[in-house]
Design a protein around this ligand. Sequence first.
Ligand code: GLC
Length: 797
Amino acid sequence: MNYGRFSDDGREFLVTDVRTPSPWINYLTNGRYFATISANGGGISYDRSPLHGRITRYRINDVPPDRPGKYIYVKDRDSGEIWSLTWQPVGREPAAAYRVAHGFGYTRAEAEVAGIASSVLFFVPIDDDRKIWKAVLTNTSTRVRRLSVFGYVEFALGHALVDLINQCDDQHFNRVHFDEGLGALFATKTYWVTETRGTQQQENKEWDRWAYFTVNRPVAAYETVRERFIGPFRNETDPAALGSGLSSKDMDCGNAVGALQVDLEFGPGESRDVIFSLGVIPKPEFDRLKQPSVEKYRDPAAVDAALARVREEWERFLGHTRAATPDGEADVFMNFWTPYQAKVAFDVGRVASFYYWGIGRGFGYRDTAQDTIAISIAEPRRARDRVLLLARQMRRDGNVYHHFYGDGQGEFTRHCDDPLWFILAVTEYIKETGDFGLLDAVEPFLDGEEGSVLEHLLAVVRFAGANLGPHGLPVFGRGDWNDTLDYIGGKDGGESVWGGMFYVAMLNRLLELFEFLMIAGRHDGGLELRDRLVEALEKFAWDGEWYIRAFGEGEKKIGSSGNRYGKIFVNSQSWAVIAGLPDRTRLVRAMDSVAGHLDTPYGPKICAPAFREIDPTIGLITRCARGKKENGAVFCHPAAWVVQAECLLGRGDRAFGYFKKLLPDRVDSDIFVAEPYVYSQYITSDEHETAGRASHSWQTGTAAWMFRVSFDHILGIRPSYEGLVVDPVIPRAWKAFKAERAFRGTRYLIEVENPDGVGSGVRSILADGRPVRGSVLPRPDGAVCRVLVTMGAAEGS
Ligand code: GLC
């Protein structure tokens, strides 16, 4: 990590060299109002939806890649010197004068330039839909300083895609005016498209929000039009208006921007705060909210109190789990950055980053289901709402939208796995909370009528039963978890072996729930279906050293030793274990094949060898560069399942070995490129010249899975219907570890001892001093339960 490091307590990532190889960003959000911010001030803001509620623009594929952003320029009115309070956009040297700290829900940018020390704090308050940028400037020189400080944003105002593809016409509807009395700019658009696709459709309505931009000091001048601020043949690095002055004119056509100038004069050793806010007010509430909103955070004490609440909220969220293992590096991720990333992915719905621009696709069905598993611990209410949202994306036949927008719009694609993820979301939520009442909650189907969540689950079983091919395995359709195996067996043919394992794993979960509820007979054929799938997998899918991945047209095998490319795929090994297929010898051999054929210095690859020839009967994977994305990269999300599978086999050293390799801070940042504090979607494999390069950071299901797999399967502390289970699978070298886990109102303080240096197996458990039979912890009388676990061979064995 040559550009930064974690703070000593692990709660901040300190960017010590802001010339990062890609934008190293953070997310600031209260779940309604969202902002991204790079270490160089770049990033977007949106309200609720990055597509429909876009406040600021992202100029796609721009260079540098994080422009525009939320910038604060400073001009010394005596010397004429100009700089920005983040290194970019002015880019004044030396860059070493700038440092940035990304924390949970805030980012702090510090600089020492031209005798002015500055610190800018960016965050979104919990109960206020705005982004605050609180700058404090301190005069470290020996003379009185006369500075002008300019806050600057470029607006999009409404539908982000229409803004991009139809700007020439769209700009005629932009309006920005300055409210003299309030000292604030107000911006909106007089028409608004609410269609999800890029369309020229002209809906007969206006954007339903006002964006505002304000500052806590008298405004000396303002600007509203980009061309007037930047000037011709320039960019944000050297805006013309910083020399010639701001026009202080309103705008009713053009590229809308907000720039506010305040003038300061202060002596040596003195400090001044300049607090900008960029926010939104819904139009129906404009008259009532305008004044209080604009004026609320003019007092620095109010800002500090709002930040304290953000910090408290994150401590609360992250405090539900805590690990103290012999591996401090792993602890920083398990305790802080991985659950933090998972919560961000849940809030953002995976749709907005510098890789995903928030304009193309809504929520992925399976992505959303997986995101809920990370937050059900600390945010059960929001997890429940999300589960019910998923229920509403289902037809009576059990099929679901592949992606959806939450407003009834979405797309059916016939991916064979999508509906089954609903079972994961429901069962994981109930295991965590014990809220079996969820099963009775009633939600509509997309094609009319309504049903309870239980009825939705049974619809999924019917979908699974009606979706089988000639080998009795799931018909591939347009793909399974792997979106790029999209033409296996032609348009709608082929069969997914992984899909078969996944169906088994999900049916197992459902049957376990029904058994616990003693409604075992109500599975609508789920039990027989599960058994038939297991039989088909064992009969047709074993290749000798591993399980194949799919059947294509005419018995063609994909993921078989007889193939030239894509001989082995990771998911059909890890999920054979997760599905609990009966032949342990095969399972061990399959996972050994993963170690032998797929492991790299960066973690296990998704498949190998990567495809080097286009095969239209397989699909997109074969068209992708080798070693990248699904075509043979270390895809981090399925790599989490490899860790889980090794734990399920009881092989702690191997499981932790994979886990450790995959930590995002393991590779030199000049090679890794992406942020070292969060998981990326994939790391380029050794089959490509850019081996080790990570891409698509932040918005990946890896975070949710790694968080859960590390707690549930490595530390072994996981929820079950009966109670909290402890069953660690750890490196044999660990002599002990401690963990804390909040569960259904109790805080379990768990100490695990490993005197014999085993990798798995529990000899005895004491809960509040009393012996526990089995591995399920009792519900204690008090709010705290102290648990002592001794690993080793079970007593009497
Ligand atoms: C992307 C998609 C996810 C899919 C994966 C593999 O991460 O968001 O839904 O499962 O790619 O193709």
